[in-house]
Design a protein around this ligand. Sequence first.
Ligand SMILES: *Cc1c(COP(=O)(O)O)cnc(C)c1O
Length: 394
Amino acid sequence: MQRGAKAGKKTLITHAGRDPHANHGVVNPPVYHASTILKPSLDALEASRKPDFTGFRYGRRGTPTTRSFEEAVAELYGVESAVAVSSGLAAICCAILSQVSAGDHILITDNVYFPTRKFAGGFLERFGVEATFFDPMKPEDLAELIRPETKVVYLEAPGTMTFEVCDVPALASIAHEQGATVIMDNTWATALYFDAFGHGVDIVVEAVTKYICGHSDVMMGVIVSKDAQAAAIRDTVFMQGNCSGPDDLYLAQRGLRTMAVRLAENERNALALAKWLSERPEVDRVLHPALPSCPGHEIWKRDFTGASGLFSFLLKPLSRAALAAFLDGLEYYGMGASWGGYESLILPGDPAAARTVTTWNEPGQLLRIHAGLEDVTDLKADLDAGFERIAALA
Ligand SMILES: *Cc1c(COP(=O)(O)O)cnc(C)c1O
């Protein structure tokens, strides 16, 4: 269903990808559990055997449940294609694989999500694809490193754990001059806060697991692109045997409908915590793209329309016992991987271990916070009590 070109993003996430009157007036699309999909005649069977992915012929190739989710995401991004896959990492791997062959080269930002680094820098090498990492904050480095055989420039903004915001349009224009495809992990900002295609990106990957799902109970990813890349992406996903389950697709679509209000609240709480932390004597620096203390803050202001709920801060150097006392006593912040749900999380990180061409020599411990939807006064009080536990050990 095509909506008016002027529909706002909140209107799109509310209406895209569903058609109640094709389903007895029921508001949400039905959940189709299917492997086998029957055809009533030889003619219909033969007609369904098209190499493309229109129509429905087998569960792995997608059902109406798959397509309604994919249509909603594609329409939200304002492009033709979205392909749902089994996780955010699957989206990353399939997107890269759809663009490279043996002998090709790929360039990747040095502050990238760590499994992306492992896939491109280690695993892909076995298949004759070479990966080079570059400093995302120095477009001149990209210009120097790019080669005729570079097929992909892979970006993530802001950087995982450390939140530097790179100049996506500048990097994309260098990539395009050499004919390379720009793939970007847009999990942090989502379609609501960063218009990736409007800033020169060719293929967007998102961990649906995070903000689209929003409830910490689904693993899923999505690869979004214009028509030009759509067939190669679909084929690659198909040849990996990758597909998503119907109940997960339903939950992801249900999460999508409320993403704008959740994200706005995650953003408000995160910003309040980031500002509060930046004034604490125990804190060395806050890495939140909306604060001037974050590298690339000016670029964030220019290119992004919001910040989500995820940011990091650096504690002044402290003992492991003090760090444990701070973390172990927290009441509302869960300690664990992932983010984007309704609940707050905290996670220690070690960026130095995940870099090869940029240096990270901050002396203090990095902690990443995902601000959930709790009352922010409680979230502050919880951290405040943690700082008191540190002081009690000194
Ligand atoms: C979590 C995450 C992913 C991977 O998503 P999964 O669904 O966990 O595989 C990719 N990119 C970023 C930035 C992430 O934070």
